[in-house]
Structure formats: structure tokens, C-alpha cells
Ligand binder design. Structure first.
Ligand code: URP
Ligand code: ZN
Ligand code: ZN
Length: 463
């Protein structure tokens, strides 16, 4: 099968140029002007941008909070219509099971034959027994070169203490595994939560009051010190505020292999959403909490200066009507997390590129190219180059729309970006050469996604 995409503007993380792109079967085989020959399909992309398919390195299709479980891979077509062709999902280690087995068992039951886009996995260590630390290098051999530990969520089975983080850092580095942390001080949050509830402050807005920037900054600094002690790279997920970013930037600027990501919602949604009446605020309960608007520019600066090298969705599809309402009488019981997989590219384009915060090449870098590198997928994903997977988005910059949950395929009853303007739209998406989105509609098949294994020693080691 030979598909020619003609006359579009190809955007890479370093430049942009008008060209034709020839796809043969699953790969990009030629890029140039006036490519001729015989083709099975010709797509005219004049006036549109040809972007690599997005790599969303922070997605939850299996997260559970107090028994509530998010929507799974059956909702992953929402990634495709949003311009993301590869997702990387966090798999909690099952107590008593190994790290690799936890992923493999999860994968076989929940992703293979179900995913609509390509996928890979991060391990989440939850059961820090000596034999589990010994197993860490096996993750790299199995193709899963990243492992997260949760410093937040006191009392939950996936919470990790400093002992586990330090030991994980010490072992992971030699195997080329990047340790990631969700950095928030779990004890401090617990104290603040109990105080707020004792004062009768049980509304969703208390979520923000119980997780001020300083609890994120403290844990970020602590994790960085642990990484320094272990002489290991560290990746800080979902950096939400200036204070935590300052810690990452200080470490990064001093030459340490330490970087972080932020997420689309921390760039455009502020904490006032948590105060929405009629329990609407619960839709915005995610951790770290949304911040005041002053933090937006600090995060954009972190992106342009390089200490934040990716923007993820932290997609976490809990329903509002049932699951979020578990916390109607106590904000601590509201499942943490919000959907956003479908909106990442549109949000970055509209509020990043169109507002002059980032260039188109920077957008491509933070939504596709660098997330692929961070996770060792850059041998086939994240850029428009000959030999790479033909994961391609045709983005039409001339459309304007209002974001609405009725256009979402995430299977959740709300969208946190509801009512916001979007400039441009994902018109077509190719997943390994197969047209999967046309005219903004999903035309692919459930189960078309495949496992992409990562190489160890991701970007963090190449600093
Ligand atoms: O609130 C969030 N972010 N939920 C998903 C789990 C996590 O902490 O990343
Ligand atoms: Zn987290
Ligand atoms: Zn997350």
C-alpha cells in the first residue's frame, strides 16, 4: 500500500518545510518535492501541517482510587482523534507479583487486541521487597525502561517512601531505567486534609487548599536530593507550579540529569474551577491540584528553557456522576484525575502556538519527539523521518471550534476543557500508515494498536 501526502508543511522538532511524504505500508519511505510514481491513495494537505503522531507518555487506563476504576484501553480511540498515536500507560505492580509480570498480565488482559493506538508501559513499584529491587533490571530487558514511584497518596497501596525511592534510584541507573516520581509530600497533605475536614471544609475546593505548591516543591526537592545521592537520573511527572519547577530547573541547570514534564491542564486551567458550584468542582480534582493563573507562564518558560521536556495529558477517565460523587460529603474521597487525552494537541496548538508561547517545532518536540526519546521509543516513533513509523497527523489550522464533551470518545461524562475555544483541528491521522481518523472522525478499528517496546537509557542519560 502506497499513500502520498502532498503539499503539506512538514513540522519536525527542528524545522518546517513544504514537502510530499510517501508512506509504504507502515513506514515513511520518502520525503521530498513532487514525488511521482503510482499510489493507492493521494491526500492533498495544501495549507495544512503534517505533524508526527503524538506520544502521550502519561496516561492512566487502569488507575484505581478507593475502588473506582478509570475507563480503559477500550476508550483509546480518543487518543487517535486528538492526534496521539502512542500512549504510555502506568501499570501498578500487583502486590506479591513481579514488576514485569504485572505489566505482562495487565497488557494481555487489557491492551492487546483492544487498543486503538500503539502503546507502551511504565512500571509502578508498589511492593518494595528485596526481590522486587533485584528485578528492576529485568524491566529494561522486557522493553519497559521507566518506573514510577508515588510519593503522594498516603495510606494507598501504591504510596512509596523515601527508602523505596532511594533504593530504586540506586539500582535503576545501571540498567538504564529512568525513575519517575509523583512528587508531593503525602504526610503534609494528610495533615492539611484532616484539618480542613475538622473545620467542615469538605468541598472540592479544599483539594487545592490541602495540596499547596509547597508540598509539591518539598517533595520535588527531596526526590532530587535522593537522585543526587544515588547519582541517578530522575524524571518528575506532572510538574504543576513555579515552586516545583524552580527545583527541577535548578538541578537541570547545574548539569544533573533531572528533568520533568507538565500537563496540558496545568497550562490553561486554574484552581478557580475547583470552586464551581453544584459539585462541578469535583471534575477538576487531580493531583497535583490546579494552580492560580500566575503559574501558567512559569510553566511555559520551563518548556522553552528545557527543564520541562514534555507535555502529557495525565489522562484519567473517572466519571463525574458516579465516581466523582463518591466524594460528595468529603473531598478526600473524590477520585483524583481528569480526562484529557483527546485535547492535548488542540490545547497546545491553541494556547501555546497561537498565543506565541511556543513555536510549532517546540510543540512537536514536547508532544511527540521528546516523549518518544524519554521512553526509548525514538527508534520508530515521534518524528517525520524516513524509516520511521508512518504515524502522521494532518492538522488544519484554519478551523475554529468550541471544545465539547459530545465530541469526545473517552467514554467519560465530562471534559475539563468544555466550552474553551480550539483553533485548528486534527483532520486526518495515520497509524503506521493506516488512515485511522478522517474528517476528524475515528475510522480505525479497536485492537489495531500494537505494543511498542522501549530501549533503556532514554534521553535522561544523554544529557
Ligand atoms: O490526579 C491524578 N493525577 N490522577 C492520576 C494518578 C496520578 O497521580 O498521576
Ligand atoms: Zn501522579
Ligand atoms: Zn498520572
Amino acid at each position: 500500500m502506497r499513500t502520498l501526502i502532498k503539499n503539506g508543511t512538514v513540522v519536525t522538532s527542528s524545522n518546517e518545510y513544504v514537502a510530499d511524504v510517501l508512506i509504504k505500508d507502515e513506514k515513511i519511505v520518502q520525503i521530498g518535492n513532487n514525488i511521482d510514481g503510482t499510489f493507492d491513495k493521494i491526500v492533498d494537505a495544501k495549507g495544512k501541517y503534517i505533524l508526527p503522531g503524538g506520544v502521550d507518555q502519561h496516561v492512566h487506563f487502569s488507575f484505581e482510587f478507593n475502588g473506582a476504576k478509570v475507563r480503559g484501553f477500550e476508550s483509546s480511540a480518543s487518543a487517535a482523534v486528538g492526534g496521539t498515536t502512542t500512549v504510555i500507560e502506568f501499570v501498578n505492580q500487583v502486590k506479591g507479583k513481579g514488576l514485569v509480570d504485572s505489566i505482562e498480565d495487565y497488557r494481555k488482559a487489557n491492551a492487546d487486541g483492544i487498543a486503538s493506538v500503539d502503546y507502551s508501559f511504565h512500571s509502578v513499584m508498589t511492593d518494595p521487597r528485596p526481590e522486587v529491587f533485584e528485578e528492576i533490571p529485568e524491566l529494561a530487558k522486557a522493553g519497559y525502561p521507566t518506573m514510577k514511584l508515588f510519593m503522594a497518596y498516603k495510606g494507598m497501596f501504591f504510596h512509596a517512601d523515601d527508602d523505596a525511592i532511594l533504593k530504586a534510584l540506586m539500582i535503576a541507573k545501571d540498567a538504564g531505567i529512568t525513575v519517575m516520581v509523583h512528587a508531593e509530600n503525602a504526610d503534609a497533605i494528610d495533615v492539611l486534609q484532616k484539618q480542613l475536614v475538622a473545620e467542615g471544609k469538605i468541598e472540592p475546593y479544599s483539594h487545592a487548599l490541602s495540596r499547596p505548591p509547597i508540598v509539591e516543591a518539598e517533595a520535588t526537592r527531596r526526590a532530587i536530593y535522593l537522585a543526587e545521592l544515588a547519582e541517578a537520573p530522575l524524571y518528575v511527572v506532572h510538574v504543576s507550579c513555579k515552586e516545583a519547577l524552580d527545583e527541577v530547573s535548578k538541578a537541570f541547570n547545574s548539569g544533573l540529569p533531572i528533568k520533568g514534564e507538565t500537563c496540558s491542564h496545568y497550562l490553561v486551567l486554574d484552581e478557580s474551577n475547583l470552586a464551581k458550584p453544584n459539585f462541578e468542582g469535583a471534575k477538576y480534582v487531580c493531583s497535583p491540584a490546579l494552580r492560580t493563573p500566575e503559574h501558567f507562564d512559569a510553566l511555559w518558560n520551563g518548556i522553552t528553557r528545557g527543564s520541562l521536556n514534555a507535555v502529557s495529558s495525565d489522562h484519567c477517565g473517572f466519571d463525574w456522576k458516579e465516581q466523582k460523587h463518591m466524594g460528595k460529603d468529603d473531598f478526600r474521597n473524590i477520585p483524583n484525575g481528569a480526562p484529557g487525552l483527546q485535547n492535548r494537541l488542540g490545547v497546545l496548538w491553541t494556547y501555546g502556538v497561537e498565543k506565541g508561547k511556543i513555536t510549532r517545532s517546540q510543540l512537536v518536540d514536547i508532544y511527540a519527539t521528546t516523549p518518544a526519546k524519554n521512553n526509548g521509543l525514538d527508534y520508530c516513533k515521534g518524528t517525520i523521518e524516513i524509516g520511521y513509523d508512518a504515524d502522521i497527523v494532518i492538522y488544519d489550522p484554519n478551523c475554529k471550534s468550541i471544545i465539547s464533551n459530545k465530541d469526545s470518545l473517552h467514554g467519560v461524562d465530562y471534559c475539563p476543557y468544555e466550552g474553551m475555544e480550539q483553533i485548528g483541528r486534527v483532520e486526518k491521522v495515520f497509524l503506521r500508515g493506516n488512515m485511522t481518523v478522517d474528517e476528524g472522525k475515528f475510522i480505525g478499528k479497536e485492537g489495531q494498536g500494537k505494543l511498542i517496546k522501549g530501549n533503556p537509557f532514554g534521553l535522561m542519560y544523554k544529557l
